[in-house]
Design a protein around this ligand. Structure first.
Ligand SMILES: [Zn+2]
Length: 102
């Protein structure tokens, strides 16, 4: 399964508990269809102490979520679907609504 979303894209969450949030893509796991977005789907995790003086604690991290729950944002249209424009050997990602390069 391929994905059209890339690292550093700005995406909007369209379903789930973080619906409506937007953020920058930190990591895409295309193989498993998972994505990590900055500031979205935050979970608290217990961290083990790393040394004797470190007590460990609770840290907040971004958990991966299903890639189908997010949409790329077009500057003009907002959340949109991505299409491709083939120009010779160049493949450009475009907004399916307005045709602008994303
Ligand atoms: Zn657009």
């Amino acid at each position: 399964m391929g994905t059209k979303i890339k690292k550093d894209d700005t995406v909007k969450v369209v379903c789930g508990k973080d619906k409506g949030k937007t953020g920058k893509v930190v990591k895409v796991d295309a193989e498993n269809g998972r994505i990590i977005i900055q500031g979205v789907n935050i979970v608290k995790k217990a961290q083990k102490p790393k040394s004797q003086n470190d007590k460990g604690g609770i840290i907040s991290i971004e958990a991966a979520m299903d890639i189908s729950n997010v949409k790329v944002i077009c500057k003009k249209c907002g959340p949109t679907r991505i299409g491709y424009k083939i120009d010779g050997k160049e493949k450009t990602r475009i907004c399916k609504k307005c045709g602008d390069t994303i």
